[in-house]
Write a protein that binds this ligand. Structure first.
Ligand SMILES: NC(=O)c1ccc[n+]([C@@H]2O[C@H](COP(=O)([O-])OP(=O)(O)OC[C@H]3O[C@@H](n4cnc5c(N)ncnc54)[C@H](O)[C@@H]3O)[C@@H](O)[C@H]2O)c1
Length: 376
């Protein structure tokens, strides 16, 4: 397919614009991180795409001493080309490390640590349920022990961010939508998603208690449905599945009745939120990071993808419904997911800015230049 117009830009330009936008919005936070060492565990995944690239792009602006970024990953979901392409960056170090093992002896002194090492795509975490629990519980524990050891050695971390999830709320009851951080959840402890939801819940409990008992600067982010550049086309979450259909020139296959709704938060907005939680979040606190814009149903999402793709690339497909061959595909799938973000907004100055249609168009342009990815 050929794009019908040159605007707004190519995949490369989208990424460059996003990184510039993130750096500008995080001038205070990146300023504080200047000259410091940042460890991102699980940095080769979707969120890693901008978590890793944003500080490296900020370094290139010369606004402060470089942030030294280290990525640990076990590459369970593959080693993506984008991270291979960054291997020569003087401020990036890549290490093969499985977080369910103790920290490497020669890890050195990190000032900031981000735990993003957990498979987030339901298809894949259900394929690796025990690995998922281990990463969120045992892997987290090793990192917390590292933070404690650093404090005892007189080198306390300035920030430690654990990635939880909106899934810790399970399928919220109607009166708890939109959902604030104080909602306790409606979650199955044995269903097909429990390996993820429950290990995140326990991970939060670990974080809160380490923060309190040992006075460690630990914070927690609860992401709500991020999408956009970095979410590889083979990920099996809903938008990449739709994009894959579009760019293969076939009908979009919807595997639900189209009714479940989500609030989709463009990745550049979310990344701004995550670094804010890391750098200026309150110790031991959890923050919803997402958007409180209107909820979008899966049917609306599919229709909007069709509209944009037909306008930009002359896509002529339509939306068809099918039942997934995976019997657990929709089991315990929340009907609605929508955050209250007042806490992040008032405490951290977090404000999502990218509207859904704009973000979706940016995402599809990114997919148009990123049609190949490892199927892992
Ligand atoms: N993307 C979202 O919208 C979203 C929503 C809620 C929560 N989260 C959370 O944010 C974090 C990052 O999500 P993502 O979308 O980037 O996930 P992802 O699945 O795209 O990437 C996870 C990364 O962690 C690595 N990893 C997994 N297990 C590991 C281990 N034991 N040791 C080292 N590396 C390991 C994988 O190889 C991969 O590079 C996860 O904790 C996830 O649960 C994301």
């Amino acid at each position: 397919m050929t794009a019908s117009s040159a605007t707004p830009s190519t995949a490369t330009e989208i990424v460059a614009e996003d990184l510039e936008d993130i750096g500008r919005r995080l001038s205070v936070e990146f300023g504080r991180m200047a000259g410091k060492r940042l460890l991102i565990v699980g940095g080769a995944g979707f969120l890693g795409y901008y978590l890793v690239q944003a500080p490296l792009a900020w370094n290139r602006t010369g606004r402060g001493a470089p942030i030294e970024v280290t990525v640990y990953d076990n590459w369970i979901r593959g080693m993506p080309d984008w991270i291979k392409a960054l291997a020569d960056d003087p401020h990036l170090t890549l290490h093969t490390h499985d977080i369910t093992n103790p920290m490497p002896q020669d890890a050195g002194d990190f000032d900031y640590v981000i735990h993003a090492a957990s498979i987030a795509s339901p298809i894949f975490y259900r394929k690796y349920p025990i690995e998922t629990m281990d990463a969120n519980v045992n892997g987290l524990r090793y990192l917390l022990e590292y933070a404690l050891a650093q404090k005892k050695a007189g080198k306390p971390l300035s920030g430690f961010l654990f990635y939880s999830t909106s899934e810790i709320y399970g399928d919220p009851t109607p009166e708890n939508i939109p959902t604030p951080e104080t909602y306790r959840g409606n979650v199955s402890c044995t269903g097909p998603r429990a390996c993820y939801d429950e290990s995140k819940r326990y991970g939060e409990t670990l974080c809160v208690n380490f923060a309190e008992q040992h006075d460690l600067q630990i914070t927690i982010a609860r992401p709500f449905n991020n999408y956009g550049p970095g979410l590889k086309i083979t990920d099996r979450r809903v938008l990449p599945d739709f994009a894959r259909d579009v760019f293969a020139g076939r009908d979009i296959v919807m595997l639900s009745n189209g009714a479940p709704t989500r609030t989709f938060c463009y990745i550049a907005d979310a990344i701004v939120g995550y670094f804010k939680v890391l750098v200026i979040g309150r110790k031991g606190e959890s923050y919803n990071v997402g958007t409180d814009a209107a909820e979008v149903s899966m049917a609306q999402l599919a229709d909007e993808v069709v509209r944009i793709a037909s306008e930009r690339w002359g896509y002529a497909g339509r939306v068809v419904r099918q039942v997934s061959s995976d019997k657990n595909y929709l089991v315990d799938n929340p009907n609605r997911r929508c955050p209250v973000i007042t806490k992040a907004r008032t405490e951290l100055g977090y404000e999502p800015r990218v509207g859904f249609e704009d973000g979706l168009e940016r995402a599809l342009i990114w997919y148009s230049g990123n049609l190949e990815a490892e199927d892992a």
